[in-house]
Design a protein around this ligand. Structure first.
Ligand code: FAD
Length: 402
């Protein structure tokens, strides 16, 4: 017999967006179910986990969950720059620990976590949305007054309801977590140029001790290169900063896809909210989305909970969520997309020159740039008044004028 369960709010996907939404919604007193297809939260890691110390402080992520970073290395085939901050401004997350901490926070607010539970179909009914799932080999039907689709790249609910189609532009990334002889736990490396990735970049991110993550990201459909094959090749050839790591012992392989279609999706419908990668919320310059997933996951959860309290779950009643997150990041993402378009076409020689421009940035300018955290005002200021011509030219492109 098929079991049927009813909840106020059902959230699909216990990644950072889903767990954060479940935390916020359950905190406001609603019955919340959080569905995750894997046997445990973050059983499979699909991200390299770099984020920023200001976000870590904002979300109160425990110290045991991350390794702080204060030297930001950038290298091209014949150039390199290391920009440093006095105190760490970035961090590499222990992804499993952090995602589980987020899910536990939701459970402490009495959100009910169903692991090994895969949503296979979704349909509308007069009371909201119905989700068909396979849960530990059993079929369970979940009835929800409102659903938050936080299923990441898959976007299972909105797709099953026929509201969205598959992302066309996306990044594919492959990464090894490895133990190395010589790790510098304060320093990360972004590595650019054709040998690393013809449309994207490679990286070394330190996790503390002798552990680092070495990865390759490739933009699709711009390049047919398989990031896993390219990763094996750059490790084999010991390209650039990889040569300094000494002996490398593989611990774990990670692979993932991240949308790169800009903010093309509508993110609210009657009885449904999209958040995190499902909504395309990522900084397109380096394709990082964890902080947006957590921040807007919480806002999605609060919006759903408050709409339920008011008894109105229409698209119009939920629209404040979309207005809120777009106001916060839309212009930043659009500016970063312009830099990404410039970067994706650079030859090795042009990358060598681009690094000369990056060398001229102060630490604050560099971090705002990489984080895509610039306001329109600061872009205009940099484009008009920066003492270095090359920086003025770069920010003229970001501003979108000739
Ligand atoms: C290679 C790579 C490297 C990256 N590096 C960084 C980085 O350094 N820093 C950064 O900030 N971001 C990075 N990102 C992006 C970041 O991982 C995402 O932006 C972030 O994980 C989005 O969180 P989310 O909760 O929206 O989705 P996800 O983390 O993808 O979570 C979705 C969850 O939904 C579950 N799910 C999917 N389908 C179903 C279903 N049918 N039923 C039930 N559950 C389901 C999945 O198992 C998963 O747990 C990277 C991405 C990739 C691919």
């Amino acid at each position: 017999m098929v079991r049927e369960l009813s909840y106020d709010i059902v959230i699909v996907g216990a990644g950072p967006a889903g767990s954060s939404a479940a935390f916020a919604a359950a905190k406001l007193g609603h019955r919340v179910a959080l569905l995750e297809r894997e046997e445990a939260v973050a059983q499979t890691v699909r991200t390299s986990g770099v984020t920023w110390m200001d976000s870590i402080r904002e979300f109160e992520i425990p110290e045991s969950c991350y390794n702080p970073v204060k030297n930001y290395g950038f290298c091209s085939p014949n150039n390199e720059v290391v920009i440093s901050s006095d105190t760490p401004m970035a961090a590499v997350l222990d992804v499993r620990k952090t995602y589980r901490w987020l899910a536990e926070k939701a459970q402490k607010q009495e959100a009910e976590l169903y692991t090994n539970t895969t949503v296979t179909e979704a349909s509308r009914d007069s009371n909201g949305i119905t989700l068909n799932t396979t849960s530990n080999k059993e079929e369970i039907i979940f009835h929800a007054k409102i659903v938050i689709d936080a299923s990441g790249f898959q976007t299972i609910v909105a797709k099953a309801l026929g509201l969205v189609t598959q992302w066309k532009r996306f990044g594919a990334g492959a990464e090894y977590e490895v133990e190395v002889e010589n790790a510098d736990s304060d320093t990360w490396w972004l590595m650019v140029g054709q040998d690393y990735s013809p449309a994207g970049y490679a990286w070394i991110f330190p996790l503390g001790g002798n552990i680092v993550r070495i990865g390759v990201g490739v933009g699709k459909p711009e390049s047919p290169v398989d990031p896993t094959i390219r990763l094996e090749e750059i490790i084999e050839k010991k390209l650039g900063p990889i040569s300094k790591l000494g002996k490398i012992r593989q611990i774990e392989f990670h692979y993932g896809l991240i949308p790169n279609d800009g903010l093309s999706r509508k993110t609210v419908y009657d009885n449904l909210i999209l958040v995190g990668d499902t909504a395309g919320m990522a900084n397109p310059l380096v394709l990082e989305g964890i902080r947006y997933a957590i921040r807007f996951g919480r806002i999605a959860g609060e919006t759903a909970a408050n709409a339920l309290l008011r008894g109105n779950l229409s698209e119009k009643a939920l629209m404040s969520y979309e207005e809120n997150w777009k106001k916060a990041i839309q212009s930043k993402i659009n500016s970063a997309s312009k830099v990404q378009s410039r970067w994706i076409g650079l030859s090795d020689e042009q990358w060598d020159k681009e690094l000369d421009v990056i060398k001229e940035l102060s630490i604050d300018e560099f971090l705002d740039f990489i984080k895509a955290d610039f306001s329109i005002g600061s872009i205009v200021k940099l484009a008009l008044n920066h003492p270095k011509l090359a920086v003025r030219q770069l920010f003229t492109i970001v501003r979108g004028s000739k």
